[in-house]
Design a protein around this ligand. Structure first.
Ligand code: BV8
Ligand code: ZN
Length: 253
């Protein structure tokens, strides 16, 4: 922890790069966690595709409705709060996330870059016209249910979640901003990602390639160990507040 705290204390331009693990302690399942209920026989990487939506739009829309209800019930954890504290302490700090939840924002992060979109930005799958986020269903059954997607107000096409599905390109502006931040930072902290999904997993490697220090927070080993100068093996909601405290003596709360 001492080495990690020294890296944070001397950092001037920082990027915090997060994955599903930072929201795990808020009760939001990671992509490694097996799916449950209606989706237990499916693989998340198969469901999160344009093909799956074409084949069974009600199944896929139902899955995103269930995930949105789960995120709405969730609360940011001490890991999200510590990330917001780092941002508040270091002007110019950039948060880049693969997560489609809004827990960074609810913890006080200013404008995290969402590389893979958001659960709260549905749009028409035919004409891309933005669609309203449906009201919270009275009670989203724990096991999930099929929900036919709403229709677009402009062309009556099926509305889809505003996320990036496998096989789809990332939003150019977000990817460029993330690469720019990673190539000019002096410290990148990667938190709760398995580093397996591309091109997002390139971001910590870009930082290392441009000479930044890389600090990984993850209970498990990942391919990012190869570019990490320091590995903190533990859960984000415990490790990140301790890191902020060790670096600046402040409690992030
Ligand atoms: C594209 C939104 C082409 C949807 C997501 C190069 C090599 C190999 C494959 C490819 C390649 N380039 C492209 C590919 C294909 C593919 C890909 O990467 N496949 C992988 C699986 C091999 N990439 C794509 O398809 C991308 N698009 O390439 O398009 C193109 C280009 C131009 C024009 C047209 C087309 C799009 C990828 C984005 C897909 N969408 N999400 C949704 O959410 O439903 S990806 C989704 O999965 C997440 O956003 C995230 O990125 C990923 C999950 O990874 P993590 O977040 O890391 O989570 P995971 O569960 O894996 O791990 C959790 C980690 O946390 C673990 O390490 C665990 O130990 C740790 N942890 C657990 N608890 C805690 C913790 N850590 C800390 N604290 C804790 N408490
Ligand atoms: Zn439309």
């Amino acid at each position: 922890m001492r080495e990690a705290a020294a890296l944070l204390a001397q950092a001037r331009r920082i990027v915090v790069f997060t994955g599903a693990g930072v929201s795990a302690e808020s009760g939001v399942p990671t992509f490694r966690d097996a799916l449950t209920g209606l989706w237990r026989s499916f693989d998340a990487q198969r469901l999160a595709t344009p093909e799956a939506f074409r084949e069974d739009p009600a199944l896929v829309w139902g899955w995103y409705e269930w995930r949105r209800a789960t995120v709405r019930r969730a609360r940011p954890n001490a890991g999200h709060v510590a990330v917001a504290a780092i941002e508040a302490r270091l002007p110019g700090a950039v948060v880049v996330t693969q997560n489609v939840d809004d827990l960074h924002e609810r913890a006080g992060s200013v404008a995290p870059i969402h590389l893979h979109g958001s659960l709260f930005a549905p749009r028409c799958s035919a004409c891309s016209h933005p669609a309203p986020t449906p009201d919270e269903a009275a009670e989203e059954p724990g096991d999930g249910r099929r929900v036919p997607p709403p229709r677009c107000a402009r062309c009556a096409g099926p509305v889809r979640p505003g996320v990036v599905w496998f096989g789809e390109a990332l939003p150019t502006a977000a990817l460029e901003a993330a690469v720019e931040a990673a190539s000019t930072c002096d410290l990148l902290v990667t938190v709760g990602t398995s580093g397996l999904v591309y091109p997002a997993a390139e971001i910590p490697q870009v930082a290392a390639r441009f000479g930044a220090a890389v600090l990984q927070v993850n209970p498990q080993e990942t391919p990012l160990d190869a570019v990490s100068d320091v590995n903190l093996r533990g859960p984000a909601a415990q490790v990140l507040p301790a890191l902020v405290h060790a670096a600046w003596g402040a409690d992030p709360a």
